[in-house]
Every structure is written in structure tokens, then in C-alpha cells.
Design a protein around this ligand. Structure first.
Ligand SMILES: [Zn+2]
Length: 251
């Protein structure tokens, strides 16, 4: 009955009336509008410890994954700082350019690490302009596609180079979240952070807890190219290469 349909539509000149089965009978606005409700509550949370200062050097860097030993429940992945071409990378799908950068940077990682990056970047617990992030599943379950459930705890350690001394600073970082919250996740997360911090402090390179602030993220122009490893930093004020920790030479 296409003609019927067109007539009805023409009669309603607001063009906003729903054309469902009852629309012919209720062309006028009802006294009380019944709205269907839709919502999605996403809950992301995380915890980070104080930083531990480490004797700098490539050996300390290579030891980062071992700080998750005894706590990791999956393969341990290392995510290196992102170079300048990924400086806009953001895990927000409605921003296609930033989302494409993010996917290009992280599609190589497994689902646990990608989930951890979404959670921890969304809550600003890590910043890949200067952090090296070592990640694993730490508690809870994964779904059939390999992605952590909302109450699974993911993370490990994040390290950056102290811009004043060039020392490596390592902190424990964990996160969780998704479509749900469970009461005991926070307490479990705190316990895991304590366990990770114990491992970090037990490292032979540990010099103890430091109060150094994390570096300030770049405003966007980008910094220098590392003469040592070729890494082009997105962190414009970096004094030490975010990737290899060598001193950046100013031109
Ligand atoms: Zn470098």
C-alpha cells in the first residue's frame, strides 16, 4: 500500500511522527510522551603506585617483564613509547583519524594488552608519549575472543626516564573495567599493585621509591630524533629518549 503510506506521511508536516503501525491513529502529540530509555554505563578504573628509581641502562629496561613474574596470568607484552607519527593516537572510535592512528600503533598487540591500553589511556594512568608499558592479565577471566571480562585486572609496570637525572623510574599500574562493576575489584587491584611494587623494589637495579613527577605530555609539535636509536619523540621537552633512555642531543 505505498499510496496510503505517502498520504499519511504528507498529512504530518512535522516529519517527525513515527511511522509505526499506530501512527495513523495517533497523529496528534499525546498528552504524555512515553520515551524509551537507553543507556550504557561504562566503568573504567585503575591504580598506580609511586615510582621506583632504577639504575639506568639497557639491562634495567630488559628486566621490566620479570617484574610481573608470579603475578601474570597470560603472556607478558611490552608496549614501547609511540613515535611522533602516532602522537594523536586515541582509542575513541568516533574520532576516526585518532582512532586509526591508535589501531595502526596497537593492532599488533594481543586483546589483553589492547584492552589494558583502552582502560589505562582513557583514565590517563599511562601516557605512551614517554611510558614503556609492560602488560599482562593479572586477575580474572577472558571471554571466548580473548578479551578480559569487566572485572578482570590487567596491567603490570610502566617506566619512563626521569628528565632531570636520566634514571629510569618504574611504577606499578593496573586497571579494569567495562560494562559492569564488582565490589571487590578495587581491593584486589590494590593488593596486586602492592605485589607488583614489591617485585619492582626487589630488582637488583632498584634505588628505592622516588617522588619524581611524571613528565608533562607533549602539546603536539614533537621533539627531537634520538641519535642513538632513531626514535622520533612526540614528547617535545624530552631530555632523554623515551625509547632507549639515551640523552637527546639538541641541534
Ligand atoms: Zn633512543
Amino acid at each position: 500500500m505505498p499510496l496510503d503510506f505517502l498520504k499519511r506521511r504528507g498529512a504530518s508536516d512535522t516529519g517527525t511522527q513515527p511511522l509505526g503501525p499506530t501512527s495513523a491513529a495517533s497523529a496528534a502529540l499525546p498528552e504524555e510522551v512515553v520515551a524509551q530509555e537507553y543507556q550504557l554505563k561504562l566503568h573504567y578504573a585503575g591504580k598506580s603506585s609511586e615510582g621506583v628509581r632504577m639504575k639506568a641502562g639497557p639491562n634495567a629496561m630488559a628486566e621490566l617483564p620479570s617484574m610481573l613474574v608470579g603475578l601474570s596470568k597470560s603472556e607478558i607484552e611490552v608496549v614501547e613509547p609511540l613515535p611522533i607519527e602516532f602522537s594523536q593516537a586515541t582509542p575513541v572510535i568516533s574520532h576516526p583519524s585518532e582512532a586509526m592512528q591508535w589501531l595502526n600503533a596497537h593492532h599488533v598487540h594481543g586483546p589483553i594488552t589492547r584492552h589494558a591500553l583502552v582502560v589505562l589511556e582513557s583514565i590517563d594512568a599511562i601516557d605512551l608519549a614517554f611510558d614503556t608499558f609492560v602488560c599482562s592479565l593479572l586477575d580474572g577471566e577472558i571471554d571466548t575472543s580473548g578479551y578480559p571480562e569487566y572485572n578482570a585486572i590487567v596491567g603490570g609496570v610502566a617506566s619512563h626516564w626521569d628528565e632531570t637525572t636520566g634514571d629510569m623510574v618504574v611504577r606499578a599500574v593496573v586497571g579494569w573495567g567495562g560494562r559492569g562493576v564488582r565490589g571487590d575489584t578495587d581491593r584486589l587491584g590494590a593488593r596486586i599493585v602492592a605485589g607488583l611494587l614489591t617485585n619492582v623494589l626487589a630488582s637488583q637495579y632498584s634505588l628505592g621509591i622516588t617522588t619524581t613527577e611524571r613528565p608533562v605530555p607533549a602539546a603536539g609539535r614533537g621533539g627531537l630524533v634520538c641519535a642513538h636509536c632513531g626514535f622520533e619523540s612526540a614528547h617535545e621537552r624530552a631530555f632523554y629518549c623515551p625509547k632507549c633512555g639515551m640523552r637527546l642531543l639538541r641541534g
